[in-house]
Design a protein around this ligand. Structure first.
Ligand SMILES: Cc1cc2nc3c(=O)[nH]c(=O)nc-3n(C[C@H](O)[C@H](O)[C@H](O)COP(=O)(O)O)c2cc1C
Length: 161
């Protein structure tokens, strides 16, 4: 395995130089510019990011989420409050985000406090999703063990209706 891993390329190809003198003052503006470059470079799902939280046992927990927005107020994601990550954030409202865009050789690391959006903005985000995704999100129960697939389908159907 060690040799196999050593044989895999990293930082392959022509990568951009980071000229810090030309970087904007605000990190969200630099992020937006780099995100556009990542899209142009063909990075798939550049808005997928790892959200790391602090678990109740003090051990970090991480999972992939989709970035919903970024502006001068910060990086925004959508998650169920009852999910393990939602519970982590209720207990310890701070997190880290990590993006990696291989075609640009760029990693973006963000860390800081996490605040819930006002209810009306969360509702607007929810209502903007396709019906199927709203139905699945409204069930909750993220990461809880299901006895079988039919239990999930049985819960989705009334939510979809
Ligand atoms: C590409 C991708 C995008 C995802 N986007 C989200 C998302 O935006 N919100 C979300 O709650 N879960 C998303 N998930 C699922 C999470 O990774 C995770 O499995 C789920 O939220 C449960 O996490 P938790 O048990 O830590 O709460 C996504 C998974 C993948 C692979």
């Amino acid at each position: 395995m060690r040799d196999f891993l050593r044989g895999l390329p990293v930082f392959a190809g022509d990568l951009p130089v980071f000229d810090t003198d030309k970087a904007p003052e605000r990190p969200d503006e630099l992020f937006a510019a780099w995100l556009a470059e990542a899209v142009d470079a063909g990075v798939r799902e550049p808005h997928a990011m790892t959200l790391s939280t602090v678990g109740a046992d003090g051990i970090p927990a991480a999972r992939v989420l989709i970035l919903k927005n970024v502006d001068e107020h910060g990086w925004q994601f959508a998650a169920h409050a009852d999910s393990p990550k939602g519970q982590d954030l209720a207990r310890h409202p701070a997190a880290a985000l990590t993006f990696y865009w291989p075609a640009r050789g760029r990693q973006i690391r963000v860390r800081g406090p996490v605040r819930p959006e006002p209810a009306d903005r969360s509702a607007a985000d929810f209502l903007a999703r396709p019906p199927g995704s709203r139905a699945e999100a409204s069930i909750g129960r993220q990461s809880r063990v299901l006895p079988d697939r039919r239990t999930l389908d049985a819960a989705v159907e009334p939510a979809r209706r």
